[in-house]
Ligand binder design. Structure first.
Ligand code: NAP
Length: 240
């Protein structure tokens, strides 16, 4: 299966990894429904880059902290163009430990990182109504080795890993659901000190964005029999 003639909805695709995925998949022949939360200008710029590649791109805004907006996003995207793939990429990554985390921090992180992917997947499956689809959830190596740092984020990603496997069963046989557990792809935009990160990465380098793009392309267009799988793209970080 190729991505030519396919349309993919990517959340949080205005910039950084989401935009990198959108551009990679557009180069592979897909048209892109490009979601953003609060970045209309960056989203339009990325959409224009996709159009320059000869593919179609549409920009959709929704605040995924709001469950109604998350639920409504699939309907709005479907009205533009029925689509075959969904990438749940949008997330918040706050540096909060168990002491600092408030109930509001916890709930907001869960809404964006876990509840929204569930609601989007649920609606996507309803709209597909039995035709073939692919879902790719963007995880973190921390999802399968939850530690004490970035507490609400880490637990939301652990939940998303569980959701990936649970939905792989629930949405079979027409929809495959897989995850990409990322490691050191891009330094956090918060400006956190990243000086020591590579000390814990066996590959001793940051990833190339094309490596993430190729893996997403594989899960969107490769064997549909692969489902419930979580592929690490972390240079071995989860092993040490
Ligand atoms: N960077 C890495 O090396 C790394 C490592 C491991 C895992 N990951 C995972 O990879 C994915 C992308 O990472 P990144 O570094 O590119 O993230 P990022 O720069 O923090 O971007 C996150 C995206 O999420 C969207 N978002 C945040 N809050 C939102 C809200 N309330 N409503 C709608 N959209 C919202 C943002 O869009 P707006 O600004 O438009 O709201 C943004 O496009 C995330 O799932 C992250 O957990 C990244």
């Amino acid at each position: 299966m190729s991505l030519v003639g396919k349309t993919i909805l990517i959340t949080g695709a205005a910039y950084r990894i989401g935009a990198g995925l959108a551009l990679h998949l557009a180069r592979a022949g897909a048209d892109i429904l490009l979601h953003h939360g609060h970045s209309p200008e960056a989203a339009e710029n990325t959409a224009n880059e996709i159009r320059k590649l000869g593919q179609q791109a549409w920009v959709l805004q929704a605040d995924l902290a709001d469950t109604d907006q998350a639920t409504g996003l699939i309907h709005r995207a479907w009205q533009i163009r029925p689509f075959q793939g969904l990438i749940n990429n949008a997330a918040v990554f706050d540096s909060l430990d168990w002491q600092q985390t408030t109930a509001d921090d916890w709930q907001r992180t869960m809404n964006i990182n876990l509840t929204a992917p569930f609601l989007l997947s649920q609606q996507f499956a309803r709209y597909l109504a039995g035709s073939a689809g692919r879902i790719v959830n963007i995880l973190d190596w921390r999802a399968l080795r939850p530690g004490a740092d970035h507490m609400p984020y880490t637990i939301s990603k652990a939940g998303l890993a569980a959701l990936t496997r649970s939905l792989a069963v629930a949405l079979a046989p027409n929809i495959s659901v897989n995850g990409l557990a990322l490691g050191a792809i891009l330094p956090p935009s918060s400006g956190e000190d990243v000086g020591k990160i590579l000390e814990h990465v066996p590959a001793k380098r940051w990833a190339e964005m094309t490596e993430v793009g190729h893996a997403a392309e594989f899960l969107l267009s490769g064997p549909a029999y692969i489902t419930g799988e979580i592929i690490h793209i972390d240079g071995g970080r989860h092993l040490v």
